[in-house]
Design a protein around this ligand. Structure first.
Ligand SMILES: *Cc1c(COP(=O)(O)O)cnc(C)c1O
Length: 416
């Protein structure tokens, strides 16, 4: 049972505590939404000045070479690689997660269609509780291809074994669920998909920079994910796509723009894909936004992922304990699994007035977010969240619940 003094003592003994200094966080705010938009690394401001003043302003077009703009998606992909268990040359940072998922799914279906052993398979398996964009992109591919593919939506994760039958072409899952924070066993699920003859695509939007990920050890087939959540890349910063070496020669994605061409400046009429991971690119990259991703990666690379994970679990354990103890009897229900192996880096509680409660919390400077139905999400970013803030968030929630005036606060919040 932790007291406020215990939380302060945990902060004093926390080897990661000094990292908070590297982030710009407004005074008076307890930021528990790094799972949706990570905080800004202080270095990103300086970096944006360099990019705008020197590279764009002075270097102009020369900067495609002199400032390394052309290679930036691959160079930053190589920096991200160790955080997700990938090798150099297997990751690029480009486009959005939705777009990258489209590429990965299309490439996976094509691989299966060209293999005589799997060519007749027509089922894409995902969860009904997947992040909606993943479902929409899969539905779009199915309609576009008109080859009789169908999407099987699992009602709960334990239905996967039955769903993995001889028609399963691709399994596409989010490693850490955006709503509940529940985490799949990447190795076991990938092995089960392969056993059934299906290919495995992972969405790492809530995993990259938050939990330990080892795509190579899991022998996954493809992966995509965000850089603006736990990787602190900035609002709408480009996402990533991972294609392991063993699939690269056969990786064929339909958004084959000139950046994926083996000789973009040969201006050939026909498309010939680049060797390696560059073939996952499409067109000209958003350099100003892409460049800022590096500032977030640089903070991450200062600490072993295992150490971040240990603190993340300590923070989420503490929050669950404090909310269950101090807010008992107010109708909150934990949505996040208690076993560490099944938990990402956020904690969700449902409450019939979840929306109003979250509005009241935000009005008091404790920023989490709300997801339908009834779910309040609290993201814990070990790079900059302190144990004292966990205490403060739980106490603020307790006060709001006890005072019971959050409905009125929510209405006021909606007007402003
Ligand atoms: C946040 C998130 C996305 C976001 O996709 P964008 O194309 O970057 O908007 C995709 N998938 C999951 C699981 C997410 O949590």
């Amino acid at each position: 049972m932790h007291t406020q003094e215990d939380c302060l003592a945990l902060d004093a003994a926390d080897p990661l505590a000094p990292l908070r200094e590297q982030f710009a966080l407004p005074a008076g705010v307890t930021y528990l939404d790094g799972n949706s938009l990570g905080a800004r690394p202080k270095a990103a401001l300086q970096r944006s000045r360099e990019v705008l003043e020197e590279e764009w302003g002075y270097g102009l077009i020369r900067s495609w070479n002199t400032a390394g703009w052309y290679d930036l998606p691959c160079r930053l992909g190589d920096k991200l690689a160790p955080l997700i268990g990938a090798a150099k040359g297997e990751v690029v940072i480009t486009d959005s997660t939705s777009v990258n998922l489209f590429k990965a799914l299309a490439a996976a279906l094509k691989l299966q269609a060209e293999n005589p052993a799997t060519a007749r398979r027509r089922t894409i398996i995902t969860e009904r509780d997947s992040f909606p964009t993943d479902i929409y992109m899969a539905q779009a591919i199915i309609e576009w291809l008109e080859r009789g593919y169908r999407l099987e939506l699992l009602e709960s994760w334990d239905q996967l074994p039955q769903a993995l039958d001889g028609d399963a072409a691709v399994v596409m899952l989010t490693h850490v669920n955006y709503r509940t924070g529940r985490m799949f066993d990447m190795r076991a699920v990938t092995a089960a998909a392969h056993e059934a003859g299906a290919l495995m695509i992972w969405d790492l939007a809530h995993s990259a920079g938050a939990v330990e990920v080892d795509l190579q050890a899991a022998k996954a087939d493809f992966a995509v994910g965000c850089t603006y959540k736990y990787l602190n890349g900035g609002p709408g910063s480009p996402a990533f796509i991972w294609v392991p070496q063993r699939h690269q020669d056969d990786f064929c994605q339909p958004l084959s723009g000139w950046w994926a061409h083996r000789q973009p400046f040969a201006m050939e009429t026909s498309f010939h894909p680049a060797a390696g991971i560059r073939r996952a690119l499409c067109g000209t990259q958003p350099i100003a936004s892409l460049a800022l991703v590096e500032s977030g990666l640089d903070v991450h690379l200062q600490v072993p992922m295992a150490q971040l994970r240990a603190k993340s679990l300590a923070l989420t354990d503490l929050f669950i304990e404090l909310v269950e103890r101090h807010c008992a009897g107010h109708g909150l229900e934990l949505q996040t699994p208690r076993p560490h192996a099944q938990r990402g880096s956020h904690v969700s509680f449902s409450h019939p007035d979840g929306y109003a409660l979250m509005q009241a919390l935000i009005a008091q400077g404790v920023i989490g977010d709300y997801r339908e139905p009834q779910v309040m999400r609290f993201g814990f970013t070990p790079l900059y969240t302190s144990y004292a803030e966990v205490w403060h968030a739980a106490q603020t929630l307790k006060r709001i619940l006890e005072q019971g005036d959050y409905q009125r606060d929510a209405e006021r919040g909606a007007v402003t």
